[in-house]
Design a protein around this ligand. Structure first.
Ligand code: ADP
Ligand code: MG
Length: 341
């Protein structure tokens, strides 16, 4: 074979393999875009577990008409302009790959209006040809993206989709995770025409606990211990299960770094170790948010950004451990003083 440069469409479809695994990953990318655009409300609509239709509507900044086609092309982003920016990145996106990838494996409609525009515009692409058509449309300030027939042109990937119910569960589980770290955002989810989730904005502690109860159950929310700790550029907040809570449920083990949900062995080790004295290490529920200087953590480790690399990992581990230990010691001491409680 002779050497050839991949067509943009093929390059996008290959890249889509990394970020677009299933409907839930499409929704993750689109909702993160809405949040990056400053939306306060995000409505998600899916049909057949997302394999037929995924629609996200937000009230964010919108995209101006002249950039609609650009937004759909690969490596086009408004969030990064130099490698140095990556050190300070706080937006979810920066790779400029999601819309290009999603549009290469679905029939995608992007409708948007900025506050400066009096009318909205709509771009349509179909995986098969990368030409973008732009027509006038009706839409309030913000953006709607509709991805229809996911993987219609990549049958091998379409076959990997599980039942509608399983795909729905992946979406629902992801939504729980984002709902807990973005409490001030109103999220709704509609499946097959019926509203199934409504996370109203939570602007104070009581409202946050209501959201926590919605996501993780009343039992956890009612006994959860609040964590609020700060030390030299590190801040840890959130809720952990009380060591006296006797119906542990490990479904809720969420850890976020600068608002991004991550999986990290070091972090889970610190949490487990803090709880090991109470015999609930593995089963412990927690929702913990770490804030750290963006230049102390590398988020560009994985295309879907599930992993991060801390520059001073030992220090971060020990900080988390100590913050949890001191919160746990406080409750155990209080209950020694008041043994009837
Ligand atoms: P990235 O998020 O990495 O920049 P994407 O492919 O997800 O790449 O999006 C490309 C660009 O399109 C974004 O940088 C942003 O400027 C614009 N965009 C995408 N979705 C939205 C949205 N919901 N509201 C406003 N702008 C958006
Ligand atoms: Mg993005």
């Amino acid at each position: 074979m002779t050497i050839q440069i991949l067509s943009p469409q093929l390059a996008n479809q290959i890249a889509a393999g990394e970020v677009v695994e299933r409907p839930a990953s499409v929704i993750k990318e689109l909702v993160e875009n809405s949040l990056d655009a400053g939306a306060t409300r995000v409505d998600i609509e899916i049909d057949k577990g997302g394999s037929k239709l995924i629609k996200i509507q937000d009230n964010g900044s919108g995209i101006i008409k002249s950039e609609l086609a650009l937004a759909l092309s690969r490596h086009a982003t408004s969030k990064l302009s130099s490698l140095d920016d990556l050190d300070a990145i706080l937006s979810f996106g920066f790779r400029g790959e999601a819309l290009a990838s999603i549009s290469s494996v679905s029939r995608l409609t992007l409708t948007s209006r900025t506050a400066e525009q009096t009318e909205a515009w709509q771009a349509y692409t179909e995986g098969s040809d990368m030409a973008v058509k732009i027509i006038p449309a009706a839409h309030p300030v913000g953006t709607s993206i509709e991805a229809v027939d996911l993987f219609f042109n990549t049958p091998a990937r379409r076959r990997f989709l599980k039942s509608d119910k399983t795909e729905f569960t992946h979406i629902d589980e992801w939504l729980k995770r984002i709902a807990l770290v973005k409490p001030e955002i109103h999220f709704t989810l509609k499946h097959n025409g019926k509203q199934v989730r409504n996370y109203r904005p939570a602007n104070n502690q009581d409202q946050y606990l209501m959201r926590l109860a919605q996501v993780s159950g009343k039992a956890f929310a009612e006994q959860a211990l609040e964590i609020n700790s700060q030390h030299e550029g590190l801040k840890l907040s959130g809720f952990i299960q009380s060591p006296y809570f006797d119906s542990p449920n490990s479904d809720t083990q969420f850890f976020y770094v600068n608002g991004r949900l991550i999986r990290d062995r070091l972090v889970s080790h610190a949490v487990r170790q803090a709880f090991s004295e109470y015999g609930t290490g593995e089963q412990t529920s927690y929702v913990l948010m770490l804030e750290i200087e963006p230049n102390q953590v590398d988020v560009n480790v994985h295309p879907a950004k599930h992993e991060v690399r801390f520059h001073q990992s030992r220090y971060v581990h020990d900080y988390i451990l100590q913050a949890l230990q001191s919160a746990l010691i406080q409750v155990t001491q209080t209950s020694l003083q008041f043994p009837e409680k």
